[in-house]
Design a protein around this ligand. Structure first.
Ligand code: SF4
Length: 375
C-alpha cells in the first residue's frame, strides 16, 4: 500500500506529473492526489510542483474528449479555489506527428497491431516533449516522478510489465525510457470495484463532499455504454493498450471492430449525437476496409522513391498512393461539413500540402536521376 502523503513529503521539491487519460484509473489517481494534498499543511504541499497532463490526440472519440474537457474544467476550478500547487496542462501531438499528417500527408497506412505507429507519436512523445520543454522545472537530465494509475488487477500482461519495472524496498519504481525519472503507482493494489466506489462515493477529504461525483457519474455512463451495457461496478473493462479501449481514437483501426463508438450509438441514450457518431464510425470502417486494397498502395518503392524489395525478392508494398491520400482528405472535408465540426486543423492541412509538394518534387528528381543513369 503506497503512503502517498509520506511520499509527498519524503520526495521534497521533486516535481510530480500525473498522466490523466480521462479513464477511471487516472481519474481516481488524480482525486487521491488532490485529497492527499489537501490534508497536508500548506508549507509542506507548496514545496512541490504538481502537473496533471492530459494528451489530446486530436482524434479522440467526441463523447470521450467532451468528458475529459468537463473533468479538466472542474479540476482547474478545484485547484484554483483551494490554492493547490497543481497545474493542469492539455498536451497535443506535434503537428508533424498527428494522425492525419502521417496518414494523409505521408501516406502511412492506417495503424494495425504489427504497424502501430500512432501511440508513440501521438500519445507518448507529447508527454516527453513537455518535460524537455521545461528544463527550469524538471532539470537536465530531468528529475521527476510520474504518477501512474496502473493496477495489478487490470490484466496479466499489465501485471508483468509492472513487475518488470518494480524496485524492491521503495515505492518509486524505474521509468522505462528516462533513467533519472521515477514512477509512483499509488493505486496499484486497488481492485476495479474499489476504483468505482472511490470515484462515485460522496465523502471527501476533511469531511467534505466529493466535488467530482457528478462528472464521474457521467464517466460511469460512458463506460457502461461502451462496454455492451454492462454495469461498470461489476464489469472489469481491462485494457492493455489504448487500442480497443473506450478511450481510444475514433479513427482507430488497430481493433477490427470499433465497439466503443458503435456501442454508444446502440445504447440509444439521448446524450449522444447518434447521426454524428454513425458518420464517424462509418468513416473509420471505410479506412479499415480500404487499407490493403492494391490500388491504394504504392508498390515497389516507398514514398521517397527508394526501391522496396522483400527478402524473397518480391516487390514490397509501400505507403498510400497520392491519389488515395487526396481521396481521404476530400472525404474528411466532406465529413466535417456534414457534422459541422472541425476534424483536422488548419496547420495540419498546410503541412500536408507542403509534404505533398516536397514528395512530388523529390520523386521527380529521383526519376530523372534514374533515367539519366540508365542512358
Ligand atoms: S487508440 Fe488506436 S489509433 Fe489511437 S493511438 Fe491508440 S492504437 Fe493508435
Amino acid at each position: 500500500m503506497v503512503d502517498l502523503a509520506a511520499l509527498y513529503q519524503e520526495t521534497g521539491d521533486i516535481p510530480w506529473v500525473v498522466g490523466l487519460s480521462g479513464g477511471k484509473d487516472s481519474t481516481a489517481l488524480t482525486m487521491l492526489l488532490l485529497e492527499t494534498m489537501e490534508m497536508l499543511p500548506p508549507p509542506v504541499r507548496n514545496r512541490k510542483k504538481v502537473f496533471v497532463t492530459c494528451v489530446n490526440t486530436l482524434v479522440e472519440a467526441p463523447p470521450v474528449i467532451d468528458h475529459v474537457h468537463a473533468f479538466i474544467a472542474e479540476l482547474r476550478n478545484y485547484v484554483r479555489d483551494r490554492d493547490l500547487p497543481v497545474e493542469v496542462v492539455e498536451l497535443l501531438p506535434d503537428v508533424e506527428q498527428t494522425f492525419w499528417v502521417n496518414l494523409i500527408g505521408r501516406g502511412y497506412p492506417t495503424p494495425v497491431r504489427e504497424f502501430r505507429w500512432c501511440t508513440d507519436r501521438m500519445k507518448i512523445r507529447p508527454g516527453k516533449q513537455f518535460i524537455d520543454d521545461n528544463p527550469e522545472i524538471f532539470g537536465t537530465p530531468p528529475v521527476v516522478h510520474f504518477l501512474l494509475g496502473t493496477r495489478y488487477d487490470e490484466s496479466i500482461s499489465r501485471q508483468r510489465t509492472m513487475e518488470a519495472h518494480t524496485r524492491l524496498g521503495t515505492d518509486i519504481h524505474s521509468h522505462g525510457i528516462m533513467p533519472t525519472a521515477g514512477v509512483i503507482r499509488p493505486i496499484e493494489d486497488w481492485p476495479t470495484e474499489y476504483v468505482w466506489d472511490y470515484l462515485l462515493r460522496s465523502e471527501w477529504a476533511k469531511g467534505g463532499t466529493n466535488p467530482f461525483r457528478e462528472v464521474n457519474g457521467r464517466l460511469a455512463v460512458l463506460y457502461k455504454d461502451a462496454a455492451s451495457g454492462e454495469c461498470p461496478v461489476i464489469h472489469d473493462p481491462t485494457q492493455q493498450t489504448c487500442a480497443g479501449s473506450r478511450f481510444g481514437c475514433w479513427t482507430c483501426t488497430v481493433v477490427e471492430v470499433d465497439s466503443s463508438l458503435r456501442e454508444m450509438i446502440d445504447s440509444g441514450r439521448e446524450i449522444y449525437e447518434v447521426e454524428k457518431l454513425n458518420l464517424l464510425a462509418d468513416f473509420r470502417d471505410k479506412l479499415r476496409d480500404e487499407r490493403n486494397l492494391e490500388e491504394n498502395r504504392v508498390h515497389g518503392r516507398n514514398r521517397r522513391g527508394v526501391t522496396l524489395v522483400k527478402r524473397d525478392g518480391s516487390v514490397g508494398t509501400g505507403s498510400y498512393t497520392m491519389g488515395y491520400r487526396k481521396t481521404v482528405l476530400a472525404r474528411l472535408t466532406e465529413l466535417e461539413e456534414k457534422i459541422g465540426e472541425c476534424l483536422i486543423t488548419e496547420d495540419e492541412r498546410l503541412l500536408i500540402q507542403q509534404i505533398w509538394v516536397e514528395e512530388t518534387a523529390n520523386l521527380a528528381l529521383k526519376m530523372a536521376e534514374q533515367t539519366e543513369a540508365a542512358e
